[in-house]
Design a binder for this molecule. Structure first.
Ligand code: KG4
Ligand code: ZN
Length: 332
């Protein structure tokens, strides 16, 4: 089955063709990130306008670069319907609906967050280990979300907990801004942290000891703000030490909660996903404790191949008439 995936939930305009949920035939991502670097964060209206500009060229590009595949050979169109920014989501959803109507194809609406998990089933050069065994625990750590899920099988997901305030990626981004580092904060903090000592500052590990699967990262940002205000100057050395200490605090909480969930539900696999899963220190420290699955780094951030993969394993094709964007789509 050939699925054309379309993803426009935030600042990436992406399209991909995936065969049987696992084999990427083509994958194109156009990001408006350089525009957001200038403003230190995403302005939704700016992101939505870029989506409009890029969506058709990206889809044309992906179909043009898939040997042997044209619109007729596509079996279904998978599209992210939420969660995300409404202006951005609408561009992908309305484009997908129009193509479904004109090409007479079914449409598969996909939850963006479930899409992130399925980045674990695709990949190339080298082909990753995708032999996932159930039950599995999935940790989704992105710019907007931090969620733990129990996967009894494909299509059988149970939400265990999530952040009560800022997401892990959001904490990286906000703290990056406090440290005057380029947006997005996650990769910037990871880079600075390589030069710093993670034991320099004992930042809080929010909710780490609580017997639940919820997270809270906004207090961490406040703790860093307080620390920075007491300093006469932020020099390269203190920035590196704060970055390393913050990164460690976030990693400690993510690992502790995920391993607790894995133990409680006797998980046979642990899956990381979302932009923060690109963090090498997070992967390395997880691996010291357990075998994990983590997507190829380029597939951790938003892309349409993961949307096509999630569509194949979780959903049944539907009609364009029943498809609508839902910026607040969630698990519960
Ligand atoms: O999944 P994603 O592309 O977008 C959302 O759906 O939110 O995730 C973007 C987030 C940003 O907050 C970014 O700072 C974070 O992922 N991120 C990282 C790294 N690369 C991206 N965080 C920590 N370390 C990284 N290497
Ligand atoms: Zn995402």
């Amino acid at each position: 089955m050939f699925i054309l995936g379309i993803e426009t939930s935030c600042d990436e305009t992406a399209a991909a063709v995936v065969e049987n949920g696992t084999k990427i035939l083509s994958n194109v991502v156009s990001s408006s990130l350089p525009l957001h670097v200038k403003t230190g964060g995403i302005i939704p209206e700016v992101a939505a306008r870029q989506q409009i500009r890029h969506v058709i060229p990206v889809i044309e590009n992906v179909l043009g670069s898939t040997p042997g595949i044209d619109a007729q050979k596509i079996d279904a169109i998978a599209v992210t319907i939420g969660p995300g920014l409404i202006g951005s989501l609408l561009v992908g959803v309305e484009t997908a609906k129009t193509l479904a109507l004109v090409w007479k194809k079914p449409i598969i609406p996909v939850n963006h967050l479930i899409g992130h998990i399925y980045a674990n089933l695709i990949g190339e050069n080298p082909k990753p280990d995708t032999n996932i065994k159930f039950p599995a625990i999935a940790l989704i750590v992105s710019g907007g979300h931090t969620d733990l899920l129990l996967m009894k099988n494909h299509g059988q997901l149970k939400w265990l907990g999530g952040t009560r305030d800022d997401a892990a990626g959001e904490a990286f981004d906000k703290i990056g801004r406090l440290l005057n580092l380029p947006y997005p904060g996650g990769p910037s903090i990871e880079k600075e942290a390589l030069k710093g000592n993670p034991k320099s500052y004992n930042f809080p590990r929010p909710m780490i000891g609580l017997d639940n699967f919820d997270f809270s990262f906004s207090g961490l940002k406040t703790a860093v703000l307080r620390k920075v205000k007491t300093m006469e100057e932020l020099n390269n050395e203190t920035i590196a030490d704060i970055a390393a200490s913050v990164q460690q605090a976030i990693i400690d909480v993510l690992i502790s909660k995920t391993l607790r969930a894995a133990q409680k539900y006797q998980a046979r696999s642990i899956l990381l996903s979302g932009g923060v899963a690109a963090n090498q220190k997070l992967r390395d420290e997880f691996e010291l404790n357990a075998k994990i699955f983590a997507p190829q780094k380029s597939l951790c951030t938003d892309n349409a191949a993961m949307i096509a993969a999630a569509a194949f394993f979780n959903y049944t094709p539907s009609s364009w008439k029943k498809t609508t964007a839902n910026p607040e789509l969630y698990f519960i």
